[in-house]
Ligand binder design. Structure first.
Ligand SMILES: [Zn+2]
Ligand SMILES: [Zn+2]
Length: 116
């Protein structure tokens, strides 16, 4: 627990991988780099994004290497990452939080979330 608190404390002082573009950058709000933050705002503004998103999903290249995030059932709010870290979401799912890349190792996130 203390380790997690400590790593959260350093959030603002060390760069992380942006959860959206996967680049190693200084992050702004919500694990996004400034570029992605700006892009996200633009995206939110054009609500007709569903067509956009469909095109993007169809053309997106799926990299092989992923970081597997498994939901820790025992401590119910942590994801264990395959790169050896733990991550907790304030609310919602990874999808709802637009988490695509592991903020620790930069690989695309793969979840093994089970319904219980
Ligand atoms: Zn980014
Ligand atoms: Zn990782």
């Amino acid at each position: 627990m203390d380790e997690i608190k400590d790593s959260l404390k350093h959030l603002k002082s060390i760069p992380f991988f942006c959860r959206r573009c996967g680049e190693w950058k200084w992050l702004g709000k919500g694990w996004l780099c400034e570029d992605c933050l700006r892009k996200q705002i633009v995206e939110f503004e054009k609500i007709a994004g569903s067509i956009d998103r469909a095109i993007r999903a169809a053309t997106e290249v799926k990299p092989q290497e992923t970081c597997v995030w498994s939901f820790d059932q025992w401590s119910d709010d942590f994801y264990e990452t395959s790169c050896g870290k733990a991550f907790t979401l304030i609310e919602g799912t990874l999808e709802e939080n637009d988490m695509r890349y592991c903020t620790y190792c930069g690989k695309p996130i793969e979840t093994t979330q089970e319904d219980s």
